[in-house]
Design a binder for this molecule. Structure first.
Ligand SMILES: [Fe+2]
Ligand SMILES: [Fe+2]
Length: 198
C-alpha cells in the first residue's frame, strides 16, 4: 500500500515541533511510548546516515540522504512531545525505566528459551542502571523517584500483527502535514505557506 511520497514528507523546522506533554498529567505509559518512538526514530536516522555512503549510484546515495533528513524530522517531532521541564536526572530515571519496561516485555513474550535468556540479561543490566539513576536523583536532587514512577510496570508492550492498523492510519492521515504544532490536510495550507517553499 503506497505511503506518503518522500518529497511530501519534508516539513519546515517551525512545523516539526509539537506541543509537549505535561508529565504531571500524562499517563506514564504515554511518556514511555514517546521515549520508545524517539529511540526508534533516532536509530532509523542513524541507520540511513550510516549506510547512505555504501551505494555507488548517486541516485541511491541521494535517496538515503533524503530519507535520513526525514528521520531527523521524526526525531525532533517525537522528542518535542516530552516534557521539557523535566530535570536531566528525571529524564535518566525515566529512560532507564523505559528500557526495563521494554526488555521485560520482550522477556515475557519470548518463546525461544535462548533468546529469552538474552532479554533477561539485558533486563538485569537495565535494572542496575535504573537503580544507579535513582540513586543519583536522591543524592543530587534530594528527590524520591518513587514520587513520579508508576507503582508497578505498566502492561507489557504486545508484539502482534498491525497491518490493519497501519492501513487505517495511512488511509486517514496520508494527506496530513504539519502547521506549527498541529496536523492539517496539505490541501488546507495557503499557497504561500513555508511548507511549499521548504
Ligand atoms: Fe521515521
Ligand atoms: Fe539503560
Amino acid at each position: 500500500m503506497p505511503g506518503r511520497p518522500t518529497a511530501d514528507e519534508h516539513r519546515h523546522p517551525l512545523d516539526d515541533v509539537r506541543t509537549p506533554s505535561d508529565r504531571q498529567k500524562a499517563d506514564p505509559l504515554s511518556l514511555l511510548h514517546v521515549m520508545t518512538l524517539v529511540a526508534a526514530e533516532q536509530q532509523t536516522m542513524n541507520w540511513y546516515m550510516n549506510v547512505g555512503n555504501r551505494a555507488m549510484e548517486p541516485l541511491a546515495r541521494g535517496l538515503y540522504l533524503e530519507i535520513a533528513q526525514n528521520e531527523e524530522e521524526h526525531v525532533t517531532h517525537y522528542e518535542s512531545l516530552l516534557d521539557p521541564t523535566a530535570s536531566w536526572f528525571e529524564r535518566d530515571v525515566m529512560h532507564q525505566y523505559n528500557e526495563c519496561y521494554l526488555y521485560y516485555s520482550f522477556r515475557q513474550q519470548e518463546p525461544d528459551p535462548r533468546i529469552k535468556q538474552l532479554w533477561e540479561l539485558h533486563l538485569n543490566m537495565e535494572i542496575e542502571q535504573l537503580r544507579l539513576a535513582c540513586e543519583m536523583m536522591r543524592k543530587y536532587e534530594k528527590r524520591d523517584p518513587e514520587s513520579f514512577l508508576p507503582s508497578e510496570l505498566p502492561e507489557p508492550v504486545k508484539f502482534q500483527e498491525n497491518k490493519d492498523y497501519i492501513r487505517q492510519v495511512l488511509t486517514s492521515q496520508v494527506d496530513l502535514t504539519g502547521d506549527k504544532t498541529e496536523f492539517v490536510p496539505k490541501a488546507d495550507l495557503p499557497q504561500d505557506h513555508r511548507y511549499f517553499q521548504y
